[in-house]
Design a protein around this ligand. Structure first.
Ligand code: SAH
Length: 214
């Protein structure tokens, strides 16, 4: 049932939607066309794998909306070999996209059950992704600095350790706001000066941790 062509039309529609909404990076578009999102969703939601919406996974969490994944991935401007830290592994879908783009991926998830499942998919697809269960609001200092850090859960404010773990010219992409809606903040480390931009109007599950929601 997971034959590569099964969702060909749905995938093409998803990519057209991305283009119509302004995603231009061809490498992001081709990787998102290649990766089988149905491998990352729960069995019951497989038929809805390419709908442009978040879908439930275990532990009351969600796999993010595909368009949001495209926006955040494009913002990272990944080059092959970049070291990228993801906070919030969830299903593993975003991490797989980063790995497929040639990044060295490090990912942290709070729920060990979710990470166990995601690791099985990484192994099945042959991705070499470093992962651990823990609180990502403090980052992963052993492997810092990172060329990019992507937080896939909503933070009340930017956790300071993540800025400290950003390489020069590195980017932190993080949704910041209240529990109902957030803006995606893009912070660039310009020789120790942190320059911020924002894109308004997203909705993520909460980032829960020492420097997140309690
Ligand atoms: N990137 C995921 C999206 C999952 S939703 C995907 O592609 O499927 C966000 C995830 O962040 C959830 O799984 C949630 O458990 C996790 N999370 C929330 N707070 C966290 C924290 N402090 N550290 C690590 N993971 C966290």
């Amino acid at each position: 049932m997971n034959s590569p062509n099964k969702f060909r039309n749905e995938k093409e529609e998803m990519i057209s939607l991305f283009r119509s909404r302004g995603i231009k990076d061809e490498s992001v578009l081709s990787v998102m066309k290649k990766i089988e999102r149905q491998l990352f969703v729960d069995e019951a939601f497989v038929p809805r794998s390419y709908e442009d919406c978040a879908l439930p996974i275990s532990n009351s969490q969600t796999i993010s909306q595909p368009y949001t994944v495209a926006v955040m991935t494009e913002l990272l401007q990944i080059k092959k070999g970049d070291k990228i830290l993801e906070i919030g592994t969830g299903s593993g879908y975003q991490a797989a996209i980063l790995a497929e783009l040639g990044a060295r991926v490090f990912t942290i998830e709070r729920f060990s059950d979710l990470l166990t499942k995601a690791r099985l998919v990484f192994a099945k697809l042959g991705y070499n992704i470093a992962s651990k269960t823990g609180d990502g609001t403090i980052g992963w200092s052993e492997f810092a600095p990172f060329d990019g850090i992507i937080v896939t859960a909503a933070a009340p404010e930017i956790p300071e350790p993540l800025l400290k773990q950003l390489a020069n010219s590195g980017k932190l992409i993080i949704p910041v706001g209240d529990l109902n809606s957030q803006n995606i903040i893009i912070v660039t480390n310009d020789n120790g000066e942190f320059v911020e931009k924002k894109i308004e109007g997203f909705k993520f599950v909460p980032l829960v941790g020492k420097l997140g929601w309690k």
